[in-house]
Design a protein around this ligand. Structure first.
Ligand SMILES: C[S@@+](CC[C@H](N)C(=O)[O-])C[C@H]1O[C@@H](n2cnc3c(N)ncnc32)[C@H](O)[C@@H]1O
Length: 274
């Protein structure tokens, strides 16, 4: 029987996820749209999932929300909680980092979970350009940088979102800049969780190149866009192949996968250390 303290912690975390994903007031105009039927198969079990309603699309993080603080949906938030709770239970050393944070919601959840467990040592690294995508990543896509500012959320705005949950403190560290500039000089020693959500080939590969070597054995890598964007998938597959990473990919939902770094892994070398 879980203690009252455990139950209350779960209640806080459930509510946090529902608020961050805007499952409470749910003001999105998207509710009134029609959704095409889409089917995806779980790679482990082969089980087929069919999605066709607004609620399905939202739970699976397939919408561009109007006011939510994260677009990753409930399944990926549940997966984030699962990975973090494993890290704490197994005492896997290191901080937590998301690259590609948008309005900050997934990082806010990480900070909230650390607080709920009374974990005062680990940091949450919040890495983003804070101006949206890099122009070079949009060549050959139909995205016009001049016309889209949906993905561009300033560091000050993300800090305001942390404050709204009373979760902005010294355990939150911002890492501003495009990843090819920010990561090589980032003073990160060890990570227990690496969440990559930068959509395209180059930033995904940069994230893995600079940060996977710092991921502790037993740590988790979450790739938000593996099944959503071909470039992201190619970058992950190329990195895993070069570094002979054979830990299985586990599918979370239509878009995302994760894997746990083996506890016997020697890991890849960071650039400059080989
Ligand atoms: C899909 S959004 C992230 C969604 C977010 N994880 C959430 O919880 O809703 C992608 C983010 O990646 C950032 N980004 C894209 N390319 C980048 C790069 N090369 N360097 C740093 N940030 C980048 C964008 O600014 C944007 O905030």
């Amino acid at each position: 029987m879980p203690t009252l303290e455990t139950q209350n912690r779960q209640l806080y975390l459930d509510l946090l996820k529902r608020v961050l994903g805007d499952f409470i007031y749910d003001l999105g105009a998207a509710k009134d749209e029609k959704y095409p039927t889409m089917t995806w198969a779980d790679t482990r079990t082969g089980r087929k999932h069919t999605l066709s309603t607004y609620a399905d699309y939202k739970a699976n993080g397939l919408l561009f929300p109007q006011q939510a603080h994260t677009m990753i949906g409930l399944k990926r938030l549940d997966n984030l909680q699962f990975c973090l709770e494993q890290i704490l239970a197994q005492n896997t050393p290191g901080d937590l980092l998301e690259a590609g944070v948008w309005r900050g919601g997934a990082c806010i959840f990480m900070r909230g979970l650390l607080k709920a467990y009374g974990e005062t040592q680990r940091k949450v690294w919040v890495a983003d350009s804070f101006v949206g995508f890099q122009a070079s990543d949009l060549v050959n896509t139909n995205i016009d940088l001049e016309k889209t500012n949906y993905h561009s959320v300033s560091q000050a705005q993300v800090a305001e979102h942390f404050k709204a949950y009373d979760l902005l403190d010294e355990q939150v560290v911002f890492l501003p800049g495009f990843l090819d500039q920010s990561l090589p000089k980032a003073p990160i020693e060890a990570l227990a969780l690496l969440r990559l959500d930068v959509d395209f080939y180059h930033p995904t590969l940069e994230g893995l190149t600079w940060l996977y070597p710092r991921l502790s054995p037993g740590g988790f890598v979450i790739i938000d866009d593996y099944y959503a964007f071909e470039g992201c998938r190619q970058a992950v597959n190329a990195y895993r192949q070069v570094h002979q990473i054979s830990e299985p990919l586990v599918r979370i939902d239509p878009c995302a996968v994760y894997w746990q770094k083996s506890t016997s892994s020697q890991g890849a070398l960071a650039p400059g250390n080989d």
